[in-house]
Design a protein around this ligand. Structure first.
Ligand SMILES: [Zn+2]
Length: 974
């Protein structure tokens, strides 16, 4: 049994000084910007009634369908009288941040009443570039008052008055010396080793040296007729490709494109960059980047080099798109400064030859990782530190989650990324905070209870976070006993806020990762919340309230955490409303992640339990980077104006990421500040500096090169419809929070309309009737309709507020490939799988059924269909399903025996079973998190979740795809 020494009270004299409050600086509200009323110029009008040529889905084979002929509910969303100024709730105010080892300065923090909307004013100079394409018509925006408020950007921070001696370098001290000119550094011995994978450097030595000659042919190749093929969307009913929609290939000379960054890591909404902002405005397409910077890669060239070659002027890392003037000089592709080639760089360790700097791996790989030599560090990189914060209230214990977490931790304790320095700690909380002394040498863990929630202190600060290898047995003991310790609890309260404060205090000296498991609304101490959801409003066709946080406590604490290199991940397991809009801030601003398991119960909800177990395993064992920053640089003339994802914006191009994980995606919006007239290509470089779990400082660099074009047809030909959709989704989330949901819905609809208007007027030479789109954008209206029907943005369908908010979080930080499945799931027929066109991977045959349109028209009663939404797989079985499938795959005699709730397929020794399981297994292997399978038949409770994804069909509250096309056409022809 544990030694209970609580309630633990320490004399007042030992209390730490009260925490300094947050000095607030008045932040005037941003006045509306001139020229922004254009958002209202195209209200979303109801579509015309269905026309006769549209064959509605119902038919004898249609198993289920909303009542036909149901009146189209009022779909028009008249815009509010005034659209608020654009701002990005996720882009935080500019605030001086210290490096990992300095004290946090006083912060410029919004007053609580101002909430999130105003906080963006200081940083996101909305006056510069409005987010939605339509807004881009305003050329040379007037310097609004918001711009005057903006803190100086693009360099070091000015010292804060009253904080003498504190300056805020734009990089933490640990990285600073990397910025110093190489000559000031000690010259380490020339040691370079490379992983023994010669195939990594097999690319031909094309590129830099041949850059200029290759570029001379660029203009000849700038037409891609296929992408510009004109389609009348009203006639082409099936535009989905059979397989995944490929990323467009930038129109670069082949030698150059071969060296380009993988679209899985780095993608631009426009693969051809317009020469001027006015051209971009005219195209009405958003310009932005989508990044998956820390993605698990099967091949990653890693370079240990004493000299990391960077531009002396803009600090760009040398990359495949620089040009060599001669052997001794290279020209930066971002700022055009001519730099010297360092002596060490003259030697190529791959070919073991001298004098071929352009053949170095740094110049042959658009994605590369550097291990920074120790000479570059002022202090040792932090160890991996993991703190687990567990809700042990009655509600939490009742769900049974505690067993799952403790079991998973026990199983994966040896797989936590780290080394001999790895530290671990656990805190549990209900109405009090329970700490656990795990100091090596104790015979058993010691529980220390703190009941004073007002002024949280750490009872034994040095023994709560302990060295994992030294205290492993104590940690195991604790994990084994924890689930039983609270089984009898009657404590219903939750003091999450104070528990998080305790976690912050404990983690501040080192930084690291805090993992929070919470099952209800916090009810005690700071950060206590009240339910804000009115269940009667869930299906409201009007605007949704409470998408923004109820208190800024969690955001402020997250920013404090970020300053101390602490990220907080939130696992929310709740049957009730738990105000994710507020609680999620703790992760959003500390670069953490939010996981949500609605209606979690270990016994009653096996599908959720399975998902939770698999997610935890991935979460605990995946790669992690600590004390990270990511800087995105682009060629002179381009600039970044808004970031999307979970992070803190430290300066114009620098994101603070206390933790970085391989499953996090980011998006940025860009603008063209100076004309790119003399340039044939531009480049973008994302550099992620982090400390690995083994304590190495590493820099992962991705560089993407894109052509610059000056014709509208070239811009359109390079449009990446998936990247555009994902960027618009992020922008729409911001708009929903800062303005309103209906405003966001109008904006995404207008984005599709405006771009097609622009295409019609500036690219099409021959006007024809119909709704015309270039082939590369033919899926745009479908994706926009899918967004409008997505849980985050849908109206008229009962949607729980937390479900909606969680969907919005996912839209902001999921990498593109998963995002697209969330927006537009994939549908396949499974009962007639064949080996035709199958993939062959490691002697396994994986059938590749073609993707079907999301319409009940595509279902038939005699079949079985799989829908992949990214996080869930729905296997719908038709009433007259082919008996072979029932027998050979599901192992049942007839339809009546298909179980109502099942999450597994039996492993039958039949060819059909093997094919089906191979296909589902293959889908699962391709993503880090485990999609749960739901077997669905007509009577299944999950059926509605499946049917709601039939995006092309009409529902009582939303248009069918065809109706939506008619609506778009009507607006385009105006
Ligand atoms: Zn440069």
């Amino acid at each position: 049994m544990f030694f209970f020494s609580g309630p633990f009270q320490i004399p007042a004299a030992h209390h730490p000084p009260p925490q300094q409050g947050f000095p607030t600086m008045p932040q005037p509200k941003a006045p509306p910007l001139p020229g922004q009323d254009y958002y209202n110029s195209r209200p979303y009008q109801p579509a015309p009634p269905p026309v006769s040529q549209y064959h509605g889905p119902p038919g004898p084979s249609t198993p289920s369908r909303p009542p036909e002929g149901a009146a189209l509910h009022n779909h028009s969303m008249p815009p509010p009288p005034h659209t608020p100024p654009l701002s990005n709730s996720y882009s935080q105010h500019l605030q001086p941040r210290p490096g990992p080892y300095t004290q946090p300065p006083n912060q410029l923090t919004p007053t609580p009443s101002q909430g999130l909307v105003q906080t963006s004013v200081a940083y996101n100079s909305a006056a510069m570039t409005p987010p939605f394409p339509k807004a881009l018509q305003s050329s040379a925006p007037p310097p609004g008052p918001a711009a005057n408020l903006a803190m100086p950007v693009g360099g070091s921070y000015p010292p804060q008055p009253g904080h003498a001696g504190t300056s805020y370098p734009s990089l933490p001290p640990g990285y600073q010396s990397m910025q110093a000119p190489p000559s000031t550094l000690p010259t380490p011995p020339l040691t370079q080793h490379y992983p023994p994978q010669p195939q990594q450097y097999h690319q031909p030595p094309a590129g830099p040296a041949q850059l200029s000659s290759a570029l001379s042919t660029l203009s000849l190749q700038s037409q891609t007729p296929e992408a510009l093929l004109v389609l009348n969307l009203l006639q082409e009913r099936n535009l989905l490709p059979a397989g995944p929609v490929p990323a467009p290939t930038p129109c670069l000379p082949q030698d150059l494109q071969k060296l380009n960054c993988s679209p899985e890591v780095f993608r631009s909404t426009l693969t051809s960059i317009p020469q001027t902002q006015s051209l971009l405005n005219k195209a009405k397409l958003p310009l932005g980047l989508l990044l998956h910077p820390f993605k698990d890669l099967s091949q990653l060239p890693v370079v240990t080099s004493s000299t990391i070659v960077r531009c002396r002027s803009c600090r760009t890392y040398i990359n495949p798109f620089v040009s060599f003037l001669d052997q001794r000089r290279w020209k930066c592709n971002l700022c055009y400064r001519v730099n010297d080639v360092p002596e060490e760089f003259m030697y190529n360790p791959v070919s073991r030859s001298y004098g071929e700097p352009h053949k170095r791996p740094e110049v042959q790989n658009a994605t590369i990782e550097f291990i920074a030599p120790s000479e570059y560090m002022l202090r040792p990189p932090q160890p991996a530190v993991y703190l687990f914060l567990l809700d042990v209230s009655h509600n939490a214990v009742e769900t049974g989650y505690l067993d799952v977490v403790c079991q998973s931790l026990l199983e994966n304790l040896n797989s936590l990324p780290g080394d001999t320095r790895t530290k671990i700690g656990l805190i549990t909380f209900d109405s009090m905070i329970h700490f656990y002394n795990l100091q090596d040498g104790l015979s058993q863990p010691q529980m220390l209870i703190v009941s004073d929630l007002e002024d949280i202190f750490l009872p034994t600060p040095d023994s709560l976070l302990v060295n994992l290898s030294e205290s492993k047995e104590l940690v195991r003991d604790l994990l084994k006993s924890l689930p039983q310790m609270f089984t009898k609890t009657m404590e219903t309260h939750s003091a999450l806020g104070p528990a998080l404060q305790a976690a912050f205090k404990l983690m501040s000296p080192t930084g690291g990762r805090v993992t929070v498991f919470q099952t209800q609304l916090p009810t005690l101490g700071v950060g206590a919340l009240k339910s804000r959801e009115d269940p009667n409003q869930r299906a409201s066709a009007k605007d949704v309230q409470h998408l923004s946080p109820a208190t800024d406590f969690y955001k402020k604490l997250a920013l404090d955490c970020s300053g101390q290199q602490v990220a907080v991940d939130l696992f929310m397991l709740s049957a009730q409303y738990c105000d994710l809009a507020t609680l999620g801030c703790i992760s959003r601003y500390s670069a953490g992640s939010v996981y949500f398991y609605p209606s979690y119960h270990t016994e009653h909800n096996p599908a959720q339990t399975e998902r939770f177990q698999k997610d935890l395993k991935r979460y605990l064992t995946r790669k992690i980077g600590f004390e990270a920053v990511m800087r995105i640089r682009c060629t002179k003339g381009l600039s970044i104006h808004t970031f999307h994802g979970n992070f803190f914006v430290r300066s114009t191009d620098l994101l603070s990421l206390p933790n970085v994980n391989p499953d996090a995606g980011f998006a940025v919006q860009m603008s063209i500040e100076e004309n790119l007239v003399d340039m044939q290509v531009v480049s973008f470089q994302a550099a992620l500096l982090y400390t690995s779990s083994k304590g190495e400082r590493r820099i992962r660099v991705h560089t993407m090169c894109l052509p610059v074009v000056n014709s509208m047809s070239d811009i359109f030909a390079g449009a990446d419809v998936q990247a555009i959709t994902c960027l618009l989704a992020s922008m729409a989330v911001d708009r929903s929070v800062t303005a309103s949901l209906s405003d966001a819905r109008d904006a995404v609809t207008n984005a599709a309309i405006d771009s097609l208007v622009s295409y019609r007027s500036s690219v099409l030479t021959i006007q024809q009737p119909g709704l015309l789109a270039p082939a590369c954008l033919c899926l745009f209206p479908l994706y926009i309709l899918a967004l409008l029907k997505q849980r985050a943005f849908r109206t008229g369908t009962s949607t729980r507020l937390d479900d909606r908010v969680f969907a919005m979080y996912q839209l902001k930080y999921q990498p593109l490939s998963y995002l697209m499945l969330m927006i537009h799931p994939a549908l396949y027929r499974l009962d007639d799988l064949t080996d035709e066109g199958a993939l062959n991977i490691n002697d396994r045959t994986i059938p590749q059924p073609r993707a079907l349109q999301l319409s009940v028209e595509k279902l038939s009663r005699d079949g079985a269909f799989l829908m992949d939404t990214g996080s869930d797989l729905y296997l719908w079985v038709g009433k007259s399903c082919n008996p072979t499938f029932l027998n050979q795959v599901l192992g049942v005699q007839n339809y009546a025996n298909v179980p109502l709730n099942q999450n597994q397929l039996p492993e039958l020794d039949t060819a059909e079973s093997a094919r089906t399981r191979a296909f589902i297994g293959w889908i699962r292997e391709q993503r880090p998190f485990y999609p749960v399978l739901h077997l669905i038949r007509d009577e299944s409770p999950m059926k509605s979740s499946f049917m709601q994804n039939m995006i092309e069909d009409r529902t009582e509250s939303a248009l069918s795809y065809y109706e939506f096309l008619l609506h778009v056409q009507q607006q385009v022809s105006k």
